[in-house]
Write a protein that binds this ligand. Sequence first.
Ligand SMILES: N[C@@H](CCC(=O)N[C@@H](CS)C(=O)NCC(=O)O)C(=O)O
Length: 221
Amino acid sequence: MSRPVLYIGNKNYSSWSMRPWLALKWGAIAFDEKIIPLGGEGYGRSQIREVREVSPSGRVPALHVGDAVIYESLAICEWAAEQAPSLWPRDALTRAEARAAASEMHAGFAALRRDMSCNIRRRLAAEPSWPGDTRADLEHLYALWDRVLSKYGGPFLFGERSIADAMFAPVCTRLRTYAVAAPNFAQNYRETIFADSAFGEWERAAEAEIWTIEQTEALYR
Ligand SMILES: N[C@@H](CCC(=O)N[C@@H](CS)C(=O)NCC(=O)O)C(=O)O
């Protein structure tokens, strides 16, 4: 079988693409990547033609393995964990807790995602004043991180690096982009992610990207 192909969006903006890309890298799974620049005709409506050609949801990421098309970031991470089981914690109950956190990130934190659009290379000079639901998401995020970092001793959420960290890695860049005054344990966790070599590879590529999504950049003007 030929190598799996991961279709992703712009590395600077596509937080959903970063997650399974990290999982595949952390799992040492060989794959090719193809970037589809987002932001043009059909963007925001799952109607970008080039994306629809490779992903039935009209969204990236999508992983092609043989004749299978796996879309949804968490489903791709799960496939990766079937090839590389160490992507989830070894202990069954810890694994269940890590899955709960990863699922919550996948399905939740809507206000945080709405107001803190991913823009890895962007740095705001001062933290904006957030609406109540976004502040609540931040508080909930800190409570989650604090709970599991204390329980498992860090430096990653569940001790060893896992898919839960891949799911939260883009949140770390958002805290940095938006100059969020996070508690110390959250800053430390953020630095753990930033020191990861695969994350660094993605970040360098994001900084070097030439495409711009005007809709996202316009949020800051
Ligand atoms: N729930 C999906 C979300 C994927 C998603 O929203 N991807 C964005 C890029 S980060 C996309 O493809 N947007 C295209 C569009 O909005 O038309 C997942 O977890 O993979």
